[in-house]
Design a protein around this ligand. Structure first.
Ligand code: GDD
Length: 316
């Protein structure tokens, strides 16, 4: 039986990844931390949870030694861009150290396994108008400490492949969303505000940041399918874009959410939601991944957003 290790299993992507693997009879071990919220995985049966601080090399080596996974999905990270401006070193250290500890452990114990690393379209950062849709060959011009940490994770994957032959595949995933998306992220934040307004829990004012930014959204359920395929069919040491190939302004995404609700809502800009520098446009070209694996996104964006709004309607 194939065994997979999912770091950050209690998180948004981690919980969907675990469900996907269990449905395919893959044994799942997942890492959690002492303060992890368990809501997303409390109904998952047959998952082995291990408390592990990925910054600590000894705990990580013990984890890998005992679990001996065939596949590693390295999803754990500080993934919220604004937090990385408030505590840049914490984001950079957390995201880089966790990955180095995993790769070092795999190398020390000489484990034959495949490792997917969750990298990000944020790595592209500033993109010139004639560079979209963005290919993997585009220059990286990161605009946040988070983006820099993901550039490092991506290049560390390449370096460990070249230096030690580790089977590593960094995936540069564009924005992804769906049920369980953390409430700080824009799609979930707006959906939650709408659900709260509908229930009368909040006055009918929806607070927003920069509505002009353009993002390429993929459903998280398509994304975890891509991560599995990346390890099944991807070429080691190679980075792939995971994207939908379509982009929307944040305003358009908001309009779509509002179209699912009959309530009148006033939109107000909250200056605290604006960033020191925002990535203007992320629109991905996923041809390289499609040609290698056959993957393409299947869940339409309005279905994803409906599911997300219904998720919040059931919870607020
Ligand atoms: N969070 C948030 N809240 N963002 C807002 C808001 C708001 O109220 N209003 C407008 N935005 C804009 C942000 O300025 C940004 O341009 C866009 O909405 C998306 O913001 P986020 O949802 O916070 O995501 P992100 O694009 O910064 O990063 C996400 O995608 C990356 C891949 O491109 C995260 O999931 C990262 O972890 C991921 O790597």
């Amino acid at each position: 039986m194939t065994k997979a290790l999912v770091t950050g299993i209690s998180g948004f992507v981690g919980s969907h990844m675990a469900e996907f693997l269990l449905e395919r009879d893959i044994e799942v071990v997942g890492t959690i931390r002492m303060r992890s919220r368990m809501d997303h995985i409390k109904n998952l049966k047959d998952v082995q949870l291990v408390e592990c601080e990925l910054r600590d090399p000894f705990s990580v080596e013990k984890l890998i030694q005992e679990a001996k996974p065939d596949l590693i999905f390295h999803l754990a990270a500080q993934s919220f861009v604004p937090t990385s401006w408030n505590s840049p070193m914490d984001t950079i250290y957390n995201n880089i150290a966790g990955q180095v500890n995993i790769m070092e452990a795999v190398r020390h114990i000489n484990l034959d396994c495949k490792i997917q690393v969750a990298c990000s379209s944020e790595q592209y950062g500033h993109v010139e108008p004639d560079e979209v849709p963005i290919k993997e060959t585009n220059p990286l011009r990161p605009l946040s400490p988070y983006a820099v940490s993901k550039v490092a994770q991506d290049y560390l994957g390449y370096q460990y492949y070249k230096s030690y032959g580790l089977h590593i595949i960094p995936t540069r995933t564009f924005n992804h969303t769906g049920p369980r998306r953390g409430e700080n992220f824009v799609t979930s934040n707006f959906a939650k505000q709408i659900a709260e307004i509908e229930k009368g829990k909040k006055p009918p004012i929806l607070y927003v940041g920069n509505l002009q930014a353009k993002r390429d959204f993929t459903d998280v359920r398509d994304v975890v399918r891509a991560y599995h395929l990346a390890l099944e069919k991807g070429e080691p040491g190679t980075t792939y874009n995971i994207a939908s190939g379509t982009c929307y302004t944040i305003q358009e995404m908001l309009n779509l959410l509002l179209s699912f609700s009959s309530i009148q809502i006033e939109i107000q800009e909250d200056p605290a939601r604006l960033r020191p520098s925002d990535v203007e446009i992320l629109l991905g070209d996923y041809t390289k991944f499609h040609e290698r694996t056959g993957w393409k996104p299947e869940i339409p964006f309005d279905q994803t957003m409906k599911d997300l709004l219904d998720y919040w309607r059931a919870r607020v």
